[in-house]
Design a protein around this ligand. Structure first.
Ligand code: DQQ
Length: 470
């Protein structure tokens, strides 16, 4: 990392909300991951980036590179809007594919505000993917199919190789019907033939608009992930699992992937054939707070995906994260009571397991102040089969509604939580299959304690203090 970038990261040491082991650019706004690819062995992360401030505007593709998905070097902006053209209004989300050694970025160029959304190409023959040339044929796809019955929402192309063809899906909606992804085919990434919708949602259940689609094989099934506007707001990520043949998708199972702060996931296959999922962790505080902070948006820790026997998506933080685990604290039920644990901090990786006993709730409090004025509780209620985050903060202007996810346990299954706390970031994965993310903004310096809420139900607790990646 360049010294100036490192200096900016270190200058935020006094900001308790700023993550220290999740990636974010040195300053300004970041949202969706874009074009993630392993190229010449290195992981390249591109992302929606506003170089002019910490709010969503002026969309560019920012760029960072890593050898291990943990430590990052921020690089110069990769793609910028070209004035008076198809992408003058912004370079929206997309992907990168390897076209026989040439890296091709497939992205959405927007203009006329955000009303015209068209699919565009840029290519790079630079081994470091730092220099890009936009295609003279842009835009290569300029409007959704007529059956969409609308022209304003058509974005975030996801492309894969299938035999001799390229296939692409684009996020969109069908007026009056609901979210949709449209399927296309091409021989050269430039001429695209529309086939049909790969999948169409139900307006009430799946939302009005689908963006940031992903479609990939996992084991012997295919998975479609979409980010949905349910009730016209960003926030719910859904997935569908099923079979795919002759260009048709037959979903058999569907579920919510996350419905809180985890949005616009993008997956790719790495050199070890792992399907890795990246995502934007959006903020839960007002524009004024974001302006005052000077930064907004964090990338989630990449997760390795697989499916279980019931076709549920399993997610595990990439094992590379364990290389920055520091001091380890291990506890059993005999070691803890309801008083604060002898470990404190807001940069922790926690593995905790609880036995389920009748209807008794279990869980823990994190980022808690000694006087109880601030705390975040993570609680499982076996009666309602709900995992919930409840936040109490003394700061105003925050989204502090309780967040809940249904989480069903099999008989005799323990509740196994993986919890990543990093400043304002809280990533929770229950039994590898239920993701519940939150953003917390305690303002008191001493809001860093941990407590087990039902020590008698504790099976085991491992806490690792995490090193800063800056
Ligand atoms: N964000 C991008 C879009 C995408 C949306 C624009 C989802 O491409 O649809 O910044 O967060």
């Amino acid at each position: 990392m360049s010294q100036p970038t490192k200096n900016i990261h270190q200058s935020y040491k006094a900001d308790p909300s700023r993550p220290t082991y999740h990636y974010l650019p040195a300053k300004n706004w970041m949202n969706d991951p874009n074009g993630v690819i392993q190229w010449n062995g290195r992981y390249h992360l591109f992302y929606q980036y506003n170089p002019l401030g910490p709010l969503h505007a002026n969309m560019h593709w920012g760029h960072a590179v890593s050898d291990d998905m943990v430590h990052w070097h921020e690089l110069p902006i990769a793609l910028a809007p070209t004035p008076n053209t198809y992408d003058e209004g912004g370079i929206f989300s997309g992907c990168i594919v390897d076209n026989a050694g040439d890296a091709v970025a497939v992205y959405t160029g927007v203009n006329q505000g955000y009303d015209v959304q068209q699919q565009c190409l840029a290519h790079s023959s630079d081994p470091d993917l730092q220099t890009w040339q936009k295609s003279a044929q842009n835009p290569v796809l300029n409007a959704p199919p007529a059956n969409a019955d609308q022209t304003a929402d058509f974005r975030d192309p996801f492309v894969w190789r299938e035999g001799d063809d390229w296939k692409m899906i684009v996020g969109s909606r069908i007026e009056g019907i609901g979210g949709a992804v449209f399927l296309y085919r091409s021989k050269d990434l430039t001429e695209w033939e529309y086939l049909h919708p790969l999948h169409v949602g139900d307006l009430a259940r799946h939302g009005v608009m689908w963006e940031c689609p992903n479609f990939f094989q996992l084991g012997d099934k295919w998975v479609l992930i979409i980010s949905s506007h349910i009730g016209y707001a960003t926030g719910t990520v859904l997935y569908f699992v099923g079979d795919y043949c002759n260009d048709r998708f037959y979903p058999e199972y569907e579920a919510v992937l996350d419905s809180a702060y985890y949005y616009a996931p993008l997956t790719h296959l790495d050199d070890q054939s792992r399907r890795i999922m990246w995502a934007w962790l959006r903020e839960g505080r007002s524009d004024d707070h974001q302006l005052a902070a000077g930064w907004s948006g964090v990338q989630a820790i990449p997760r390795v995906l697989s499916l279980d026997q019931k076709n549920r998506l399993l997610m595990s933080p990439a094992p590379e994260l364990e290389t920055i685990r520091g001091t380890h604290h291990h506890f059993t039920a005999a070691d803890v009571d309801e008083t604060p644990l002898p470990v404190q901090g807001l940069a922790l990786d926690i593995e905790v397991s609880f036995a389920i006993n009748g209807g008794a709730n279990c869980g823990l409090a994190v980022a808690a102040a000694p006087d109880g004025s601030e705390s975040t509780t993570i609680i499982y209620d076996p009666v309602t089969e709900t995992l919930r985050v409840r936040r109490h903060s003394t700061e105003d202007g925050l989204e502090l509604h309780p967040q809940g996810r249904q989480h069903r346990l099999d008989p005799d299954e323990t509740l196994d939580l993986r919890i990543l706390i990093d400043g304002s970031v809280l990533e929770i994965i229950a039994n590898q299959r239920t993701s519940l993310t939150s953003r917390i903004y305690p303002i008191q310096a001493e809001s860093n304690q941990l407590r087990i809420l039902q020590p008698g139900l504790l099976r085991s607790l491992d806490i690792y203090e995490m090193s800063s990646i800056w």
